[in-house]
Design a binder for this molecule. Structure first.
Ligand code: CO
Length: 134
């Protein structure tokens, strides 16, 4: 069911510093910061040859990333995103197998303009998993 690794999201306490590290030290292609008010984050996309990295920084007071940074003040991997061809079929199969889909299970439009869902980290070895329909 799952396809390519679409991105690895890393929550960072200092977006400018993290973006500069990827651009200047690691030599990656780093895009401009993008505010995603619906998701409570500012995102910097980093293009790698085989996947993307998303640097996440809290935006607004009820950002889902703020609690993560409170627990991990120097930042850390926040989630992995796998591609699926049919997100509703994927959701139904996961639920049938006992995995918990976060929220009410209705896909939301993610940072790339495509439908996404998140899966409970306790069902996936401690990793928050995002599915994105491509
Ligand atoms: Co993501």
């Amino acid at each position: 069911m799952i396809g390519r690794l679409n991105h690895v999201a890393i929550a960072v306490p200092d977006l400018q510093a993290a973006a500069a590290r990827y651009r200047d030290t690691l030599g990656a292609v780093v895009r401009d910061p993008q505010d995603e008010p619906d998701h409570g984050v500012t995102v910097v996309f980093i293009e790698l040859p085989n996947t993307k990295i998303e640097l996440l920084h809290p935006l607004g007071d009820d950002s889902p990333v703020r609690g993560f940074l409170d627990k991990n003040p120097s930042g850390g991997i926040h989630h992995l995103c796998y591609e699926v061809e049919d997100i509703l079929a994927a959701r139904d199969k996961l639920r049938a197998d006992g995995a918990r889909v976060l929220g009410d299970g209705t896909p939301r439009i993610g940072a790339h303009g495509k439908p996404v869902l998140f899966l409970h980290p306790k069902d996936f070895d401690g990793c928050l998993v995002e599915l994105e329909q491509v």
